[in-house]
Design a protein around this ligand. Structure first.
Ligand code: ATP
Ligand code: MG
Length: 146
């Protein structure tokens, strides 16, 4: 049965907020109600990985936003941070397993999150795009068929 995406995102953000005292995580929806035939477990793994990155690569205290929208029969999730950003030279390789950016300093990770996210988005028949500016922040957009 279709998944209530507004309720799902509310609960997910509340859950992620519990484990992140430093960042405030906001959920913003452009729709009053939105349901879609997406697999709850896959979607949870996609969004948790992306929220984890947004939090991890953000300076202490900056806000992280999860935005939900609907356009052309597609569900659009955007994860927006005001973190360290991604170097242009790294952008082509972020979906490769174990690849990590060159500006991460002492932030720990294995470089697997985005490669998993890419596989899961592909399984959904969706698309993912990353826009970023170093020192300004990063926006990850995931589009899934509804
Ligand atoms: P893991 O997710 O396995 O713990 P990771 O976060 O390093 O480790 P990915 O999630 O695959 O691995 O991300 C790959 C790289 O992309 C990161 O090492 C980082 O350089 C860059 N990156 C991903 N998301 C962001 C973001 N929101 N802001 C800045 N850099 C990011
Ligand atoms: Mg990660």
């Amino acid at each position: 049965k279709p998944l209530d995406l507004i309720q799902f995102c509310h609960e997910l953000v509340a859950q992620v907020q519990k484990s992140s005292a430093e960042n405030v995580i906001n959920f913003v929806s452009q729709c009053n109600s939105l349901s879609a035939n997406v697999d709850q477990e896959l979607l949870e793994r996609i969004l948790k990985n992306l929220l984890d990155n947004a939090i991890k690569y953000s300076s202490t205290g900056s806000a992280v936003n999860l935005q939900l929208a609907y356009k052309d029969e597609k569900v659009i999730f955007q994860i927006i941070d005001r973190g360290i950003g991604i170097l242009a030279a790294d952008r082509q390789r972020l979906f490769e397993p174990f690849y990590r950016g060159n500006n991460i300093k002492n932030i720990s990770g294995t470089g697997l999150g985005l490669s998993i996210v890419k596989v899961l988005v592909d399984l959904h028949g969706g698309q993912i795009a990353i826009e970023s500016e170093v020192g300004v922040g990063t926006t990850v957009t995931v589009m899934l068929p509804s």
